[in-house]
Design a protein around this ligand. Sequence first.
Ligand code: HGA
Length: 607
Amino acid sequence: MCGIVGIVGATPVADRLLDGLKRLEYRGYDSAGIATAVDGRIERRRASGKLIHLAEVLQGDPLPGSTGIAHTRWATHGGPTTNNAHPHATGEVALVHNGIIENFKPLRDELTARGRTLESETDTEVVAHLVSEKVEAGMAPADAVREVLPRLHGAFALAILFRQHPDLLVGARLGSPLVVGYGDGETYLGSDALALAALTQRIAYLEEGDWVVITREGAQIFDRENNPVERPVTISGVTGELVSKGNHRHYMLKEIYEQPIVVAQTLRSYLQRMEERVTLPIPDFDLSAIRRVTIVACGTSFYAGMVAKYWFEQFARVPVDLDVASEFRYRAPVMEEGGLMIVISQSGETADTLAALRHAKSEGQKIAAVVNVPTSTMAREADLLLPTHAGPEIGVASTKAFTCQLAVLAALAANLARAKGRLTPADEKSIVRHLAEAPAALNGALAYDESIEAMAHSVAAARDVLYLGRGTDYPLALEGALKLKEISYIHAEGYAAGEMKHGPIALIDDAVPVIVIAPSGPLFDKTVSNMQEVQARGGRVILISDYDGVQAAGENCLATITMPKVHPLIAPLVYAVPVQLLAYHVAVAKGTDVDQPRNLAKSVTVE
Ligand code: HGA
């Protein structure tokens, strides 16, 4: 989603701003722009579409100036046109914004009533005008921003440039992330440490409601009550190198292939291999009093949570509520004492999930956060941080973050079960052994890449695809359908296998491939019966199972994918691989933009 970079520099900044935007490109965006302060005026260059278009504009019309702001926009209000691209500017100020100004309509009416002309359809532009009015009335930049911030409802990260003050920028955050970077004789603003990786590793994370004035000498930070505050400067581990694709054609494929390693890395923090015990990064966090678990997440993370519900209930016998984050706050959820909310988010910044976290916290729930960015807002606001160690995930369609989330959640379920006295030492040993087998089993699953690629054409031609599964394979069916929708734009739905006969079976004909996820085991026969109901109606089935399953039921299938035989606990991790690879190869066959699919953003920082 939107990316912000700002530099108060000692030398021209346009190239470095563009480089910062490139580092944020993976988040997904649909237009971009840069503004600098030059010789007493504000200059802007903007372009719709990819950064290459902005680079072309800059090449034709270079942008001097050593203080500037830059933005990649994922449109929420107004189409992805050049005119709606940020920065938005008046004669006095230019401004970039991440988030949504929810009260922009009355503010806009108020501004137009005062005779101001707004040029874009965005919610953002009102902020530029509100600040500009104050500046035009003679206020200093910091005073102007301080007076405007309380008028804004919604969520924002802002970076603001002033025509008459080319030596400073003002930033602010509420609900959307913003960091300050400290250089040598230069200071920066960025959406995250990655954006500033080539400039500095010295990073301070702004807290909710903070605003900041940066100059070449450093930063003056204020809290929401306008008191000067210090925010600790941390050394970010993100290197200046752009994350590379290695030998792979797409980030998504590289990330699918990284899964054995990153799952092993993640498990290291949650398993004591010698003692054969599960553990947590904060070992003395008391789980014994937890009486109820609420899991809240969005998209792929939600499906990881759905798998975890099965595990928490099975191992720990603790009831689990599961909610899509954007719905959670709006159904008056009952949160009793002794409740643990688990939020799951790759970025740790997903606005819907963050809002749910804050709501639950205000109701006295303990919060555990399964996130891939340990410096993220969720990580900082949680009582129990449960990091995944997947490394930067650049492909918009989540893959390695998902399997790492599953690894963490399996270990958490076992920890909870032990704390509740529901896990014998023998059971715990067995869980540790099975989880430890996951990296090798993931490798085994990757070995089928070529055969999956070979069958992709049979799905690529379809208009609709169904995925079926039972038990923990049901969330995998949902995840498989989501992956296919996201990157190949084929309409796909996941169903609990047993639900087919209650409606969706009406969709079956020979034009709708049905992908059945059914490892051999206790649920196999029932799922295969549902599969046969599909075949009896002319449906063409692709069966994903292990050798035994394929032998038993593969005969009349359009195709089969054979996975290594694994324990049911790690089956969701292993079976994630073929559904990811199938979606990937179908998308490649269709020629879509695999890493940055249309309309999607990576870190979804608006509600
Ligand atoms: N609401 C603003 C910014 C959108 C945003 O933050 N996207 O990530 C707009 O539509 O321009």
